[in-house]
Design a protein around this ligand. Structure first.
Ligand code: ZN
Length: 544
């Protein structure tokens, strides 16, 4: 009987997954595949360097210029895929001064190279382009250019493009698996306004025609969506933070009128740095400094120039996402977006389906910030409080190779999964070593979920495959069913994937103990009805 139930359950699960798969397949287009997979026209070359050099004309909402793309040849091939989304248009592509033929297929552009591409050779192409880029209506959720004005009527402009992709405003290899080793960003804009991009300002030129050009150099690998342009009537202040790797420049760029407010409010930035270097290891981009840059939208984790638009309020625009009070102890955007410097910018997903690596760990970092300053109970209150935001609508991991993100549960379910894992590790020193170890093992790398899983399984010496399958690849929350009769506790898990047998801590008559449930009923003599499950484990509990 039991066997039949199990088999039926399994078929149900299979059918659901299969239906999901069919539905997903039919929802994706050839454009999604071109955008989201490592095509043959991408695979043969490895990015080494970009020089993005553009002029931004705010009055016309127009940009034009070129991206010089330098790459190393890995395999023989003469066709290269470059991405740029409509309505932006490529005007010409050059290699060694020769104009090349381009075959346009929607947002993917296939360039036929005439020069022999010899393995190990380092070549470059120049992609010239222009247009009025997509305007962001609800940045950072949609992406594109935000063309706004500040309260004095001056231009206040910013880019954001996570998910949608950097090819919404500049031509590049728009897949996360490959990053340049360094990048130069040269932005020309009207005089009287300042542009802040990633990395360090190397030069500022007055072009004598009422425009200026700023050259920002990024001395580290950077993912495409991290690259940004922010133009406004900025003023700057800075401080030197004494960190794990020495002196780190913290630079702040805010609208002129907000200077005094920012000087007070941005005190969360060095506090953040201290907590996150403790938990995750050295800030990953000392060479490029750390910047907070005010923008006309909520914020984004742009590498080494985290953008800020939380209205100088604590919490998330003044709200506590955990409803416990702890969420008002910090500015959500400073803590969350800066947390991404470790998980998103240092350790970057290869495929958008694995975006939980960015958002799960970073949502989790919010409670580690609290842990550092207010202790373990406060941090647990916070992360457990955020469970109310979990939907369990679809799996956290999305569909691979089509630029598809999984459920937004990647944030708070992801965070609660990691909080649960911390309990299983049962040793906070070791847990911290794992978090720091991830950041050194995958330093400046792009990764898959599998690599993260394997690393944690190895370091904890536990087979965590069923655990990760349950929380990342299934929507069901494990449920502990129990009953107590005549001093005997009967218990089992339901709503679980195959082989899920996560131990949990419980209190029996006020005494802490481990319980080892799985899919089968088990009995334990406890001689009391005083039984409680530790709230730190993200499971449901059902007393029969
Ligand atoms: Zn985030």
């Amino acid at each position: 009987m039991k066997k039949i139930v199990l088999i039926l359950g399994f078929i149900c699960f299979l059918t659901n997954s299969y239906a999901q798969l069919l539905q997903d397949k039919s929802n994706f287009t050839r454009q999604d595949t071109l955008r989201g997979s490592v095509t043959a026209e991408r695979e043969w070359w490895d990015l080494t360097y970009y020089h993005l050099d553009i002029e931004v004309k705010p009055d016309e909402k127009f940009i034009s210029g070129k991206n010089t793309i330098q790459y190393e040849v890995l395999k023989p091939n003469q066709v290269m895929q470059i991405d740029l989304q409509s309505p932006m248009e490529i005007t010409k592509v050059l290699q060694d001064g020769q104009e090349l033929e381009v075959n346009h297929q929607g947002n993917a552009h296939f360039i036929t190279l005439t020069k022999d591409q010899n393995i190990g050779g380092v070549n470059s192409i120049e992609v010239h382009y222009k247009g009025q880029p997509k305007e962001a209506k609800r940045a950072p959720w949609d992406g594109g250019f935000s063309w706004k004005k500040d309260q004095n009527g001056k231009h206040f402009i910013a880019t954001s493009c996570q998910g949608l992709g950097a090819s919404v405003w500049w031509p590049n290899k728009d897949h996360m698996y490959d990053e340049v080793d360094s990048m130069l960003i040269s932005i020309t804009n009207p005089k009287g306004l300042t542009n802040v991009s990633n990395g360090r300002l190397k030069a500022l030129m007055d072009n004598g025609n009422n425009t200026i050009t700023s050259h920002w150099f990024v001395n580290n690998p950077i993912n495409n969506y991290g690259v940004n342009v922010n133009i406004g009537d900025y003023v700057n202040f800075s401080e030197v933070y004494k960190g794990e790797k020495g002196n780190l420049d913290l630079d702040y760029w805010v609208l002129k009128d907000n200077l005094e407010k920012a000087k007070e409010h941005f005190k969360d930035a060095p506090k953040m740095m201290k907590a996150f270097e403790h938990w995750f290891g050295p800030y990953p981009f000392y060479e490029d400094s750390f910047k907070l840059v005010e923008v006309p939208y909520l914020g984004m984790e742009h590498q080494s120039s985290v953008t800020y638009g939380n209205q100088y309020k604590k919490g998330y625009l003044g709200n506590d996402l955990s409803q416990t009070g702890w969420g008002l102890k910090f500015d959500f955007i400073i803590i969350h977006e800066a947390g991404h410097e470790w998980f998103a910018n240092n350790i970057t997903y290869k495929d958008a389906a694995d975006m939980w690596i960015h958002e799960g760990f970073t949502a989790y970092s919010e409670n580690l910030f609290l842990d550092y300053y207010y202790g373990k109970e406060a941090s647990a209150d916070y992360v457990i409080g955020t469970r109310a935001n979990i939907q369990n609508d679809k799996p956290i991991i999305g569909t691979y190779n089509v630029n598809n993100e999984g459920s937004s549960d990647m944030y708070y379910k992801g965070a609660n999964m990691l909080h649960t894992l911390r309990q299983l590790v049962e040793d906070d020193k070791k847990w911290r070593e794992i978090l720091r170890g991830l950041n050194s093992e995958f330093y400046h790398k792009t990764v898959t979920t599998k690599e993260i899983e394997d690393y944690i399984s190895k370091k904890t010496d536990k087979d965590l495959s069923a655990f990760f399958n349950q929380y990342l690849r299934d929507v069901r929350i494990p449920t502990l069913e129990f009953k107590i009769e005549d001093g005997k506790l009967k218990f089992r898990y339901i709503n679980i994937v195959n082989d899920f047998d996560m131990p949990i801590e419980v209190s029996i008559n006020g005494k802490k103990e481990w319980l080892f449930p799985d899919a089968e009923w088990k009995t334990k003599t406890i001689g009391t009805s005083d039984f409680k499950v530790d709230r730190d484990y993200y499971i449901e509990v059902n007393k029969l």
